[in-house]
Design a protein around this ligand. Structure first.
Ligand SMILES: CCCCCCCCCCCCC/C=C/[C@@H](O)[C@H](CO)NC(=O)CCCCCCCCCCCCCCC
Ligand SMILES: Nc1ncnc2c1ncn2[C@@H]1O[C@H](COP(=O)(O)OP(=O)(O)OP(=O)(O)O)[C@@H](O)[C@H]1O
Ligand SMILES: [Ca+2]
Length: 582
């Protein structure tokens, strides 16, 4: 399957450096009036201006070699189309259609490759490059060979079930999908069945019982973290029901979901998207779905007295975040700004809560929340999914736990007065806090970072909060401790037990003037907070939490390191080392 020459010119030195064995196709074609060597092997499509063309173009000698060469990984090609096809997308602008028509008249034998281009701050865009061929046969051959390579990429979804929350975030879900996502899915030949939700829990209930999931390769939600939570609950519950697993058993081994979940961010926090992709940008997320990326993710199951309550993937928060979310639910009409208003109000209330936290620390090889080893694409900590050996250790610790009469073997217990108790199963990075609540938490290591913020002055708490927005370490305070755990439990102190002695210890002693005129009353009247579980309020305060390692998979790849270079399998692709900046 090779067409080595389109002209009588000898191949350039650079193309000779490509391994003949790995080359599927190479030709001299034209791109924007310049002659280019185009080469395809199993992993890379590369093109480079020929020496002849370079000499001809004025000033070209001052350009660097890489300015003339481009390389795209085959797995990041979105689609290849014959030039005439380009205008078929009816959402394309008139200008684009006109341009495509003009070009196809000028160059009747041309094909367009759409591919992923990285821009700033983890954002991806879909770029096009059009190659003109000398004849129809060559054009068809290129399209066919590229398509053959794309069809070998088994992870790519072909059929998706999409749920749109029209009321999430700034209520732009429908528009975002129609204008930014649907055209890309069409270009990549992905079929999508779209359901615009009509009520809360519509998507969850549909997934739980009605949806014919055999038809799809993935489920996509257009909305925020709340909408993602609906998809999570629908899919996980459906999988357990189909497999006969009882979710009410806190120790049940849950069955991983077979369908991938995609998130098109259109919410208020979008923390799950941000922490798994590095940005909350709908086009970037659509492209991660198209290329079939896969990111495993931990899910916490939350129980109360052996009754299943909910699943969580981001923040389980009692105290500050529980109160903040409870208050913000009453201000939903404000959109994303509700969190800031409720945040200020909750901060000023400065409540603390008493209770007992018990936790089972993670195994030693899981790192620590303060080790600065951030979870990034291909994270080595997350790739170390508990092996059979680790599982044995795990089973042993479970055994130990069971054999112990009070169930406290291996468990640590902390009793105290807390402003906030946060379980972060992932960093919880979001635009408000780009490094998140626990910057070194891992997406798929089977642990959650338990952050305990003890009673402190308002000023100290403000300092702690501010550190979520800058580079300083938010755990470096005497009143904050953080543990990496695989399970935890919380028992609030019984209401009646909040005594007058506690009232005298209220924050008015801190030297920062109390905002609430009757500070003691503030604390006394709120002896219990609530748990927020990924933005939903739980009906119980006494809870048991257990991390289920890698229960789900997202169409994402984790946050890529900045300046990621293409590392190609084939060492012969010497002139293709730069990702395309085309
Ligand atoms: C002084 C500035 C301090 C800024 C501190 C920012 C810390 C932000 C940490 C965000 C962590 C988000 C975790 C994600 C949780 C999601 O599962 C959930 C559902 O979407 N969203 C929220 O809970 C939504 C949570 C929204 C949190 C907003 C926090 C706003 C705090 C404002 C404090 C004001 C102090 C003012 C002093 C005068
Ligand atoms: N058609 C609908 N009408 C009313 N509520 C809906 C509908 N569809 C979904 N919901 C609910 O809306 C809630 C909020 O949606 P979503 O998470 O998309 O946005 P958000 O709360 O603004 O963003 P975030 O969760 O990121 O803070 C979800 O809990 C979901 O259950
Ligand atoms: Ca985790």
């Amino acid at each position: 399957m090779r067409n080595d020459r389109t002209t009588a010119q000898p191949m350039t030195r650079l193309c000779d450096e490509m391994d003949n064995q790995s080359r599927l196709l190479s030709s001299r074609l034209f791109e924007k009036h310049r002659q280019v060597e185009v080469v395809l092997n199993r992993s890379v499509l590369a093109w480079k201006e020929t020496e002849k063309s370079k000499k001809r173009s004025s000033g070209s000698s001052s350009l660097s070699e890489t300015a003339h060469s481009h390389a795209v990984q085959v797995c990041e090609i979105v689609a290849v189309h014959k030039m005439e096809d380009d205008g078929q997308d009816n959402t394309d602008t008139e200008r684009r259609q006109k341009k495509a028509k003009q070009l196809s008249t000028l160059y009747p034998h041309a094909f367009t490759v759409s591919y992923v281009r990285r821009t700033r701050q983890q954002q991806w865009r879909c770029s096009d490059v059009t190659f003109q061929c000398a004849n129809q046969g060559l054009c068809q051959q290129w399209i066919q060979v590229i398509n053959e390579q794309l069809s070998l990429l088994a992870n790519r979804p072909k059929s998706l079930l999409v749920y749109i929350n029209p009321y999430g975030g700034k209520r732009r879900g429908k528009r975002i999908y129609k204008q930014k996502v649907a055209p890309l899915f069409r270009r990549a030949c992905i079929s999508a069945d779209v359901i615009v939700t009509e009520r809360a829990n519509h998507a969850r209930d549909h997934l739980k019982t009605e949806a014919n999931l055999d038809k799809y390769d993935g489920v996509v939600c257009v909305g925020g973290d709340g909408m993602f939570s609906e998809i999570l609950h629908g899919l996980v519950t459906r999988t357990q029901t189909d497999s006969g697993v009882d979710q009410n058993q806190p120790d049940a081994e849950l069955v991983p979901c077979s369908l991938h979940i995609g998130i098109i961010p259109a919410g208020s926090t979008d923390c799950i998207c941000f922490a798994t992709v590095g940005t909350n940008d709908p086009v970037t997320s659509a492209l991660h779905i198209i290329v079939g990326d896969s990111q495993p993710m931990d899910v916490c199951s939350v129980h109360h007295d052996d009754v299943f309550l909910r699943y969580s993937v981001s923040l389980l928060g009692y105290g500050f975040y529980g109160d903040l979310l409870t208050d913000s639910e009453r201000k939903r009409w404000l959109g994303p700004a509700r969190y800031d208003l409720s945040g200020v109000k909750t901060f000023l209330s400065h409540n603390y809560y008493e209770g007992t936290i018990s936790f089972l620390p993670a195994e030693n090889n899981m790192g620590t929340p303060r080790d600065k080893l951030q979870c990034r694409s291909g994270c080595c900590v997350c790739q170390h999914k508990p092996s059979s050996k680790d599982n044995k250790q795990w089973e042993m610790s479970e055994e130990k736990e069971k054999s112990d009469k009070d169930g406290s073997s291996g468990w640590s217990v902390i009793r105290g007065k807390f402003i906030a108790i946060n379980g972060a199963s992932m960093s919880c990075a979001c635009p408000r806090s780009p490094k998140g609540l626990s910057p070194s938490a891992h997406l798929a290591d089977g642990t959650t970072d338990l952050i305990l913020v003890r009673k402190c002055s308002r000023l100290d708490f403000l300092r702690h909060l501010l550190r979520h927005t800058n580079k300083e370490d938010q755990f470096d305070h005497s009143f904050v401790e953080v543990h990496r755990v695989s399970k935890f439990r919380f028992q609030p102190r019984h209401h009646e037990l909040v005594s007058l002695e506690d009232l005298s210890e209220s924050p008015k002693k801190t030297g920062f003037s109390p905002i609430c005129s009757a500070q003691t009353t503030c604390n006394y009247s709120t002896a219990h907070s609530s748990w927020t579980c990924d933005g939903e309020i739980l009906p119980h305060t006494a809870i048991q939490v257990s991390v289920q390692c890698q229960l789900i998979r997202l169409f994402a790849r984790g946050i890529e390191e900045q300046q990621q270079q293409c590392v190609f399998e084939d060492p012969c692709t010497l002139w293709a080392l730069e990702p395309s900046t085309h």
